[in-house]
Design a protein around this ligand. Structure first.
Ligand code: AMP
Length: 222
């Protein structure tokens, strides 16, 4: 095993499957950054940048932002020094074209973790999801509540509800997921990098399963 082994992870799964929560916990444990394309877009929208203005209509209607925009943004982000020991991609790639662009950039992904949750549970989950307005951490009013239910446990920021967590938009996001993103499961399965985790359970049980997958990878010969 090489001491320098990097951990480049992709978290796949439907919106609301728990990718963001698991990505944060994994990032903390393995001391690598999480790159959430959704969070980057939401920040850009809030700040009113050019990227935000272009992305707003797509994000708010539950559609995907055009591939070239997202691919450029991710390539720039993963070339920064804090990614030299690895990173977690949360919400990218979301189309086969994005996955191919990532492959063509020469980025070798260690493991793709697919967090699997049935659609029926997703809409219910999204209704209770809360996001910190300051640091972007995600919580759930029932399954992963904060200490006081109003503020973020991590930074004390105010908890808010994402506009695209509205049930009507969630249904659209699920349709987008099944048509555009789910084919990536087969794509990475064919490459031999896919690990499936049952995401319909307690946060800590899913985290344990995720850590086991990463530890297996780190302990394996290259
Ligand atoms: P998320 O927070 O990952 O659920 O992303 C929220 C929204 O941002 C999505 O519904 C899309 O509109 C947009 N988005 C995030 N990541 C991507 C991506 N990789 N490709 C295209 N659109 C994205």
């Amino acid at each position: 095993m090489s001491e320098e082994k990097t951990v480049k992870l992709i978290f796949l799964g439907a919106p609301g499957a728990g990718k963001g929560t698991q990505a944060e916990l994994t990032a903390e444990k393995y001391k690598i950054p999480t790159i959430s394309t959704g969070a980057i877009l939401r920040e850009a929208i809030a700040a009113g940048t050019e990227l935000g203005k272009t992305a707003a209509g797509y994000v708010e209607s539950g559609a995907l932002v055009p591939d070239d925009l997202i691919v450029g943004l991710v390539s720039e982000r993963i070339s920064r020094p804090d990614c030299k020991n690895g990173f977690i991609l949360d919400g990218f790639p979301r189309t086969i074209a994005q996955a191919k662009a990532l492959d063509e950039s020469g980025t070798e992904i260690s493991v793709v973790i697919d967090i699997d949750v049935p659609d029926g549970k997703i809409i219910d989950r999204m209704a209770g999801r809360r996001v910190c307005a300051s640091c972007g951490a995600t919580f759930h009013v029932v399954h992963n509540p904060t200490g006081d239910g109003i503020h973020c446990d991590r930074c004390g920021g105010e908890l808010t509800r994402r506009r695209d967590d509205d049930p009507e938009i969630v249904r659209q996001r699920l349709r987008t997921y099944h048509s555009e993103t789910e084919p990536l499961v087969g794509y990475y399965e064919a490459k031999g990098t896919l690990k499936r985790i049952d995401g319909d359970g307690k946060v800590e049980d899913i985290t344990a399963a995720v850590f086991e997958v990463v530890d297996d990878y780190l302990g394996s010969e290259t």
